[in-house]
Design a protein around this ligand. Structure first.
Ligand SMILES: Nc1nc2c(ncn2[C@@H]2O[C@H](COP(=O)(O)OP(=O)(O)OP(=O)(O)O)[C@@H](O)[C@H]2O)c(=O)[nH]1
Ligand SMILES: [Mg+2]
Length: 448
C-alpha cells in the first residue's frame, strides 16, 4: 500500500501541529524531511522515542520539533508510521506536509489511518466506529460508550452470541445430515431455547439504540404552540442563553430558530417555531407553514400551552394537529406562576414556568424518559445506526429460524441462522461489504 501523509491536528494556527505518515516508505520519508539534532539517524533510536531535530525540504531546514517512529506491526495502522510534531503555524504545517509529499508520500484520504488499522487487522469495524465516536462526542456519555466500544466490549458480546448461533446451526445441520444417528446431545427444544436466548440478548442490545442516538446525534425536537405561550422563553431556558427574541407581542418569532442543547447527557436538536394561528400576514403565514413542517419532522414535540388562561380555538387546533403524534408529545403547561386553568389530553404533561424556572426539572425528567434513559441497565449502548440495523436483521432471521424449527423445516432453520450470523458479522467487519466500509470511513476527518 502507498505511503500516505496528512496533518492530524485541526487546520489553522496553534501551538503544535502533528503530521502523520504511514506506509512502507514512512521511515524513508521521515529521514528525508527530519534530521535529529544529535547528528544521528532517527532509526538509531528505539521505536516510539521522541527525538528532537530539524524539519527540512529541498531548500533546507525551516523548523524544529520532535519526530518518532512506530514500526510495523506495532503501530496504530499496523504499518511503519512516523509522527512529526512541528510548530503550529499555518505555513510551517503546510511546508512540512509538502516536504513529505516531495519525499515520496501521497495525501491521505478521510479516515485513511483508521481504515488501514482496520484492513491490517489492528481494530474491528466496530472499534473504528468507536474512534469516530470519540472524536465526535459532545456528551460525556457518548465518550464513555465509545471508549467501551473501542475496548471491544460490543464486539465481545456479539462474538458470544455468534458462537452460540454457530453451534446451534452446526447442530441443526447434523440433525439433517444424520437423522438416525445420535450426533449431538442438543434436542430441538434446546436449539429453540438457544435461539431464544440469543434473540433476547440482541433485543436488549437493540433496545439501547434510542438512548444511543439521543447521546450521539441528538433528538430532533420542535417547540410548538399558539403565539405568546412562552415557546421562545423555554427555548432560551433550554439553551442557557438569550437565543430567541422574547416579547409580549403575539407573533414575535417568525422563522425557525435552531440550536443543539444538552439535557444532561441527552442532545436535543431544538427548533423554536412561530406561534401557530390563522394569519393573512405574508411573513407570519410563511413562518407558520415552517412551524408545521418542523412538527412533521420532529421526533419529539414540546407542545407549549399558556396555562394561565383557558384554552382557545387555537389551542384546540394544535391538539387536533397533534392527535396522531401523541406518543411524541410532551405537553408543557407554561406560566404556572400565574395560576393554572387548563388540562391537556397528552399523557406526558408538565406544569411549569419558563419565567421562574419552577417545574423545569420535571420537564428534564420527561425528556430523559423520552430518550429511553430509564430503560438502560447496561453500559454497552448501540450508538451506530449501522450496528442497530445489523442487529435488527439478525433478530428477524432468528425469528424465522424459530418458526422453521417449530415447523420441522430444519434446513430452512439452518439457513436463517446462517443469515443471522452473517448480519452480526457485519458489526465487526467480518462480513461487511466494501460499500459499508467506505461509508464508515467517509465520515472521518483527514489525518485520523
Ligand atoms: N408569567 C409568565 N410569563 C411568561 C412565561 N413564559 C413566557 N412568558 C412571557 O410571555 C410572553 C411571550 O413569551 P415568548 O417566549 O415570546 O412566547 P412565544 O410563544 O415564543 O411567542 P411567539 O413567538 O409570538 O409565538 C413574554 O412576555 C414572556 O416574558 C412564564 O412562565 N410566566
Ligand atoms: Mg417565540
Amino acid at each position: 500500500m502507498s505511503t500516505v501523509a496528512a496533518i492530524s491536528t485541526p487546520r489553522g494556527k496553534g501551538g503544535v501541529a502533528l503530521i502523520r505518515i504511514s506506509g512502507e516508505d514512512a521511515v524513508s520519508v521521515c529521514r528525508k524531511v527530519f534530521a535529529p539534532a544529535s547528528g544521528k539517524d532517527i532509526t538509531e533510536y528505539p521505536a516510539g522515542r521522541a527525538v528532537h531535530g530539524y524539519f527540512r525540504d529541498k531548500d533546507g531546514n525551516f523548523d524544529d520539533g520532535l519526530a518518532y517512529l512506530f514500526l510495523s506491526p506495532r503501530s496504530f495502522t499496523g504499518e511503519d508510521t512516523a509522527e512529526l510534531c512541528c510548530h503550529g503555524g499555518t505555513l510551517v504545517q503546510e511546508k512540512l506536509l509538502r516536504a513529505c509529499f516531495w519525499a515520496g508520500a501521497t495525501p491521505a484520504g478521510a479516515g485513511e489511518f483508521t481504515r488501514r488499522a482496520y484492513i491490517n487487522g489492528k481494530i474491528t469495524l466496530s472499534q473504528a466506529e468507536a474512534v469516530g465516536g470519540l472524536i465526535d462526542a459532545h456528551t460525556e456519555k457518548h465518550l464513555e460508550v465509545s471508549l467501551r466500544q473501542l475496548d471491544g466490549n460490543i464486539s465481545k458480546k456479539i462474538d458470544e452470541i455468534c458462537s452460540s448461533l454457530i453451534l446451534t446451526a452446526a447442530t441443526v445441520y447434523a440433525y439433517i445430515d444424520y437423522p438416525d444417528e445420535d450426533m449431538t446431545d442438543m434436542s430441538v427444544s434446546e436449539m429453540a431455547q438457544r435461539l431464544t436466548d440469543a434473540k433476547n440478548k440482541l433485543l436488549s442490545l437493540a433496545g439501547t439504540h434510542k438512548y444511543g442516538k439521543a447521546i450521539s446525534e441528538g433528538i430532533p425536537t420542535v417547540i410548538a404552540g399558539k403565539p405568546n405561550t412562552g415557546k421562545s422563553t423555554l427555548m432560551n431556558l433550554l439553551c442557557g442563553t438569550d437565543r430567541a427574541i422574547v416579547t409580549d407581542i403575539a407573533g414575535t418569532t417568525r422563522d425557525v430558530i435552531t440550536e443543539q442543547v444538552k439535557v444532561d447527557d441527552i442532545l436535543l436538536n431544538l427548533a423554536d417555531t412561530a406561534g401557530i394561528r390563522e394569519s393573512d400576514e405574508t411573513v407570519e403565514a410563511a413562518g407558520i407553514k415552517r412551524s408545521i413542517k418542523e412538527i412533521e419532522k420532529a421526533s419529539l414535540i414540546i407542545a407549549v400551552f399558556d396555562g394561565s388562561t383557558p384554552f382557545t380555538d387555537e389551542d384546540e387546533e394544535l391538539i387536533t394537529l397533534l392527535e396522531d403524534k401523541k406518543d411524541r408529545v410532551i405537553a408543557v403547561i407554561n406560566k404556572s406562576d400565574k395560576g393554572c386553568e387548563v388540562k391537556t389530553p397528552f399523557a406526558e404533561c408538565v406544569y411549569m414556568s419558563a419565567r421562574t424556572v419552577d417545574g423545569f426539572e420535571a420537564l428534564k425528567e420527561k425528556i430523559r424518559l423520552f430518550a429511553g434513559q430509564a430503560d438502560i441497565n447496561t453500559e454497552d449502548i448501540i450508538v451506530s445506526a449501522r450496528q442497530y440495523g445489523a442487529i435488527e436483521r439478525a433478530i428477524e432471521n432468528i425469528d424465522d429460524a424459530l418458526t422453521a424449527l417449530n415447523g420441522f423445516t430444519q434446513d430452512i432453520a439452518g439457513e436463517c441462522i446462517e443469515r443471522a450470523i452473517s448480519a452480526l458479522g457485519e458489526i465487526d467487519g467480518r462480513t461487511a461489504t466494501q460499500e459499508i466500509v467506505n461509508e464508515i470511513f467517509s465520515h472521518f476527518c483527514v489525518g485520523k
